[in-house]
Every structure is written in structure tokens, then in C-alpha cells.
Design a binder for this molecule. Structure first.
Ligand code: KIV
Ligand code: NA
Length: 265
């Protein structure tokens, strides 16, 4: 078992900020764990940032299993969390259970589902079985079509009530934390005060129990990031520079150099 457990995450509420970052492959997960993140998260955002899809609706269980395996091999300390993809848990509790088991067997320590109140039964069942669950409310990208694209949530009473209802349902069902994505910061503050489980924000302001960002956004690996994502590096430029230099050196006959090849004598 890894060092960071769901219980430890719960105990951090009100004491210490929870840090979470996505990772989708072995080398990035190694770095995320080395940096000391509490949670390394195989998000279904991989559909967009790794596979180039327009939204997360086409991510499959197979993709999640393969990427979870790679991440799980790398992480020794952090809690490894895996997203349940669209279509893997909505049809029935039974299907949700079967698919959650697959992610655990791929090496995840916990699974995340979008929604709360709609999936209270599934969450309760998973928790009773011994599978820790994180919920996710506010902007839920798997509801992209109904929402009419990605937008901030919580601008009217109905949406605020839905967020609170989800968070409370998750708490009741035994979830160990909840992601609040792209909600008004004052709404996130209320939710954080109203539930005993930690809230982990993304585009939800500072009054939450932790923060999560997507790997490619943090590192500047893609052109279009959401407005709430802070770019801490511009690796796209670095990579372009490096591979262009390799290409140029081949064209100009400057690579390989002496130390990169061998003669029989
Ligand atoms: O898939 C993902 O990266 C997420 C985070 C944005 C929370 O769900
Ligand atoms: Na996700």
C-alpha cells in the first residue's frame, strides 16, 4: 500500500492543503511522485490532452486501464486516483462496480466519478466493498453536451443547490473527497464549509481544501488551456527547440558526433 491513503487525505482538511496533479504515463508519474504531490491522478482529460479528442466523451475503460497501469508502476508514495470514464458507471450500479474493480486491479488506490447525488448508491456500494471514491461536481465535463460547452457553474440558485446536494450526497455515501471544478469561488467556499470531506478545487478559488491542475496545462504543453489553469513552464517551446535542433543537425551532417558511434578499431 502507498503512503498517502484516503484517510490521510481526509485528515488534511483544515490543516494542510491537498495537492493533486494529473499524470498519464510512467515518466510523468515518476516526477509527480518525486515532487511530493499527495494525489497523482489519471484523469479522463487524457482523451483531450493525450489523444487529441474535442471532449472526454470517447474515453474508454481500456485507455483508462492502460494509463493507470503505467502511472501505478511509477508511484510509490502518492495516492493513485483513476477516473471512471463516461459510460462506465451510469447504466447500472453493477457495471460501475465491475469497472471500478478493473481500475483498482490496474493499480489505482481509488476511483473518481462525476456527479454526486445521481450516484449515491454506487458510491455507497464501492465504499462498502473497500474501493475509495472521490466525487466531482460543478463543471462536470462528461455532461459537456447538456451544459452546452465548458462554462463556470453556480451562477444561479438552482446550480448552487445542485453542487451542495452533490457534495452532501457524496459525504453521506462515504466518498473521501470531492472535486469542485469551475465554480464561483464564494460558492466553493460555502461547500467547503458545509461538508466534512475535503474539497479539491480546479478553477474554484482559494477557499477549498486542495488544488488540482492538468499536467499539460501546468507545463505549457498545449496551446489552449482553460482560463483558470496557471502555466508554470513553456515546455512546448523547449521541446520544439530541442527536436528542431536534432533535425537540423541531421540535415547538416553534424549528428551523430564521435561519442555517438563506434568503429571496430
Ligand atoms: O480529468 C481530469 O483531469 C479531471 C480534473 C480536471 C479534475 O477530472
Ligand atoms: Na476527469
Amino acid at each position: 500500500m502507498r503512503e498517502v491513503t484516503p484517510r490521510k487525505i481526509m485528515e488534511m482538511k483544515g490543516r494542510e492543503k491537498i495537492t493533486m496533479i494529473t499524470a498519464y504515463d510512467y515518466p510523468s508519474a515518476l516526477l509527480a511522485d518525486k515532487a511530493g504531490f499527495d494525489i497523482v491522478f489519471v484523469g479522463d482529460s487524457l482523451g483531450m490532452v493525450v489523444y487529441g479528442d474535442e471532449n472526454t466523451l470517447n474515453v474508454t475503460m481500456e485507455q483508462m486501464i492502460f494509463h493507470t497501469r503505467a502511472v501505478a508502476k511509477a508511484v510509490k508514495r502518492a495516492l493513485v486516483l483513476a477516473d471512471m470514464p463516461f459510460g462506465s458507471y451510469e447504466v447500472s450500479v453493477e457495471e460501475g462496480v465491475k469497472n471500478a474493480i478493473k481500475l483498482i486491479q490496474a493499480g489505482a488506490d481509488a476511483v473518481k466519478i462525476e456527479g454526486g447525488a445521481d450516484h449515491e448508491k454506487l458510491v455507497r456500494k464501492l465504499v462498502r466493498m473497500g474501493i475509495p471514491v472521490m466525487g466531482h461536481t460543478g463543471l462536470t465535463p462528461q455532461r459537456y453536451l447538456r451544459l452546452g460547452g465548458y462554462r463556470i457553474i453556480g451562477g444561479n440558485d438552482e446550480e448552487v443547490e445542485e453542487i451542495i446536494r452533490d457534495a452532501k450526497a457524496l459525504e453521506r455515501a462515504g466518498a473521501f473527497a470531492v472535486v469542485l471544478e469551475f465554480v464561483y469561488a464564494d460558492v466553493a467556499k460555502i461547500v467547503t464549509e458545509e461538508v466534512s470531506i475535503p474539497t479539491i478545487g480546479i478553477g474554484a478559488g482559494p477557499w477549498v481544501d486542495g488544488q488540482v491542475l492538468v499536467w499539460h496545462d501546468v507545463l505549457g504543453l498545449i496551446d489552449f488551456s482553460p482560463p483558470f489553469a496557471k502555466r508554470y513552464a513553456n515546455l512546448k517551446e523547449e521541446i520544439l527547440k530541442a527536436i528542431s535542433e536534432f533535425r537540423r543537425e541531421v540535415k547538416e551532417g553534424r549528428f551523430p558526433e564521435k561519442e555517438h558511434y563506434w568503429m571496430r578499431k
